[in-house]
Design a protein around this ligand. Sequence first.
Ligand SMILES: Nc1nc2c(c(=O)[nH]1)N[C@H]1C(S)=C(S)[C@@H](COP(=O)(O)OP(=O)(O)OC[C@H]3O[C@@H](n4cnc5c(N)ncnc54)[C@H](O)[C@@H]3O)O[C@H]1N2
Ligand code: MOO
Length: 419
Amino acid sequence: MAAEQSSREPSPRWSRALTALHHADRRAARALAHTAGAALARTRAEAACESVPLAEAPGRVLARDAHAACPVPHYASSAMDGWAVRGPGPWRPLSPRHDDALPSTASDVALEPGTAVPVVTGGVVPAGATTVVRDEYSRVDGVTLDLAPGAPQTELAGRHLRPAGTECATGDLLLAEGDTVSPVDAALAAVAGLDSLQVRTPPRVAVLLTGSEVLSAGVPGPGRVRDAFSMSLPHIATAYGARVGTVQRVPDDPEQLAAAFDAACADHDLVLTTGGTSRSAADHVRPLVHARTRVLVDQLGLQPGHPALLGAGERAAVLALPGNPLGAVVVLLLLGGGFLAGFLGREPQPFTPAVTGVDVPGGRSDRLVPARRREGAWVPCRSVGSNMLSGLAAADGLLAVPRGGLAAGGAAEILALPW
Ligand SMILES: Nc1nc2c(c(=O)[nH]1)N[C@H]1C(S)=C(S)[C@@H](COP(=O)(O)OP(=O)(O)OC[C@H]3O[C@@H](n4cnc5c(N)ncnc54)[C@H](O)[C@@H]3O)O[C@H]1N2
Ligand code: MOO
């Protein structure tokens, strides 16, 4: 459902093409978060790209196409220890076999018909060579090299000779803009002569943790809770490609919260807040997000996590996560994951088709329930209240449970966990 926009609400230019949602369903909210991430990234065009050495490139998103700086392979080489020969035998070796020959030994020789030079695996095969004869299929008799008795004729077919440029030529497209660099992509870039890749600058994420009752260490007494976010949320954001900056505890005081919020917005792309999304006198995040941002998602039609907010500030976006730990993580996976993918120019990770292993009752709203895979089917975990974490700790994914529930053996959807 589209929300009405109050005339007093800020209206950052980057968010104007986006239609705000109220009580959004999970698909619409995730799609809007993704579009919002992409829209904010477009305002960062000047700083959206950086060069990283190949060893730091895996996991990053390419900001530019990468082209080969040399052919791959870049020289004709031998796949076996043996002799590079020209034409049918016998051949005259131009040099004796050296057991300590280096791969580059034969580089400056051009073979005439009927001649041979020794080569090692990976070594340069000289111009003119028509095949490589393996040591075990060769016989040197005085000054003559020949195929050993019983050697297969296929030895003459050139199959141990790896010509240059069979994988790609200089200038060929290796990796495309928008690809996430895999470890093997980085290795391919190296063998194609590259030293670095142009990648998207990661979105900078701040985490502001509200709640004066929250303790950072030790065993909490009644009414106090141990902080469950400073050790978890930054890693989840990092798993989605973000770079985490400020991680800060803020007391339940509107002025201190506003000051911390404004400072975080000034030099981050996404500000995550935790707690304070409800409507009690101690919940200062909700009024602050309404005052400082254009609210794009105002509550979700989802359990847990329904009080969440996504807002567009002048410089940064804010995702206000509920204080209940499971609710906070679910919203970070659903909306934070969508936003960060959009910012990085990636598709959001899709919900994947799954089979339900047991009947799962419905409820008053759609749910995302921590679930485990058992023999190919998905079964909800125990302890999945929004204030709980042990169900999520045991989970392999989030099972989408519609209001009508799920029947054992029926189709469902899963959002994979990023850890
Ligand atoms: N009258 C209503 N009350 C509540 C509603 C409602 O609709 N009407 N919604 C409930 C739901 S659902 C949620 S979710 C929570 C949202 O709460 P807030 O975002 O305002 O969060 P807090 O009230 O600050 O805290 C809730 C809960 O979480 C604990 N918490 C907070 N920070 C941390 C942390 N860093 N680590 C671990 N636990 C944390 C906090 O102590 C509270 O127990 O509102 C419901 N109430
Ligand atoms: O929306 Mo809250 O996270 O369910 O408990």
